[in-house]
Design a protein around this ligand. Structure first.
Ligand SMILES: [Zn+2]
Ligand SMILES: [Zn+2]
Length: 240
């Protein structure tokens, strides 16, 4: 530890980015909060990652995906949206807590490395695209949480981020407040692609949370319409 960081740690001892307790060593999260971070583990649907009961090695497609194949190739996530993951996402989004953003970004960045290794396609055409906010929401919040996460993943995978081509043109209600039918309607025609930067590209679509996957599916639909070859979704946490 350098003298400077020793002094900084002395004056501002590190705190947990989730519960704010002091940490006895450097880091972003305390042991208690870390223990309440639940990993999304197999067996789960090989497209949308919804978990199911069975053997760990089971490879299968869930009923929803069988009935109506999503527009995206896959939806992957390191954590289940509950406990620490849901508290942290809300702290970051609504209270603009920067250290929590750093925590989420760092965790997603780590996960993205092992995720990336499993992808067999040629890797020269991938572009990272964050799920956008409307200009009005962006002004209110001051930042797009998905773009913050995208920058972390961009660093680890060494891929460019395109945050201008995909636009959100319609204000939508929070998906969590709506019934399944309303959720589909809510995000319908809410996105647009501008220009042809994403034509013939493979997209890594990034968001903080996936509830039903409807938002990601709608984005994937317009991205493919605009000429993208495939869309793979990566989110910090997935509701189950
Ligand atoms: Zn904590
Ligand atoms: Zn599925």
């Amino acid at each position: 530890m350098s003298i400077l960081s020793f002094i900084v740690n002395f004056i501002y001892p590190p705190r947990c980015a989730v519960c704010n307790t002091f940490l006895d060593q450097r880091g972003l999260i305390c042991k208690e909060c870390l223990a309440k971070l639940r990993e999304l583990k197999p067996p789960f649907c090989k497209i949308c990652s919804v978990p199911f009961y069975g053997e760990k090695e089971d490879i299968h497609i869930c009923e929803n995906c069988l009935r109506k194949r999503p527009q995206f190739t896959s939806l992957s996530s390191p954590y289940i949206y509950e406990g620490t993951a849901s508290i942290a996402v809300r702290l970051f989004k609504f209270q603009k807590k920067a250290t929590t953003g750093k925590l989420l970004g760092t965790l997603l960045k780590e996960y993205s490395l092992s995720w990336w290794k499993k992808i067999k396609q040629k890797k020269d055409k991938y572009v990272i695209v964050p799920v956008p906010l409307t200009p009005k929401r962006l002004r209110q919040r001051g930042f797009n949480q998905s773009l913050v996460l995208s920058r972390y993943v961009s660093k680890s995978l060494k891929l460019p981020v395109d945050y201008l081509s995909l636009r959100r043109t319609k204000e939508t209600l929070p998906q969590s407040l709506l019934s399944p039918e309303e959720r589909k309607k809510n995000v319908r025609d809410a996105f647009q692609v501008k220009g042809d930067n994403l034509k013939k590209k493979r997209i890594i679509l990034i968001d903080d949370v996936a509830t039903t996957g409807n938002t990601l599916n709608e984005c994937a639909k317009v991205l493919k319409k605009a000429g993208a070859i495939e869309v793979r979704c990566l989110v910090f946490a997935r509701a189950v």
